[in-house]
Design a protein around this ligand. Sequence first.
Ligand SMILES: O=C(O)[C@H](O)[C@@H](O)[C@H](O)[C@H](O)COP(=O)(O)O
Length: 230
Amino acid sequence: MYGVIKMLLHSFSEASILTDDLVEQLKRILCNAVEQRGHAYLVVSGGKTPIDLFKALAKAELPWDKITITLTDERCVPAHDLDRNERLVRHFLLQHHAAKAHFLSLYNESDSLEQTEHMIASLPTFDAVVLGMGEDGHIASLFPCADELSMGLDDNAAAVLRISPKTAPHQRISLSKKRLLDSRVIFLHLLGQKKLTVLHQAMAEHDSMVMPVSAFLNNVDANVQVLYAP
Ligand SMILES: O=C(O)[C@H](O)[C@@H](O)[C@H](O)[C@H](O)COP(=O)(O)O
């Protein structure tokens, strides 16, 4: 049985209007977190979707020295590799005012998974997570084709797991569903008509092993806001 879905869908006429709205929401959330708890925690995705958001957010006047940023997932490739999500975040987000933010890397060749797990598990409830979504319904690196998916979706999962998607390159480190849901708000950032079609499929799909994003959309306890622009 499923309860009442709390997810909210906000549709914007253009991507730039969506970006402005999301920047304003994140500014408010991060400022409030710093005022109330002294520090804020923001988790962002890789992929192409968040690039304009990163550029705009980097220019926001925020108490960045009291804000920690990490990723939903990372590809296990060397630091300079173009496929690395950290590279994207460093290049577009950790710039301008946001250069003062603290960044926690999910993958370093010299760190063990246990060290990363310990670091991510010991963070408090996130203030905001910004998820992207793949056309197969994956979020973070929780891919439907991966053998490790059931581990990543388990309600008792560790904070991070190593995962090898069969339909995408590189071994990954991903935050688990459990750790991603431990956030005051979760934004699902979608650009393009195809993503809207996938969203509707995922809302009708209650098996998160088929479409992992449905574990977030159909979750009665999570504060999930979907932001869509064509
Ligand atoms: O490392 C990544 O690629 C991600 O974090 C992933 O979950 C991404 O958000 C989606 O694949 C959407 O990617 P696009 O924004 O490129 O469509």
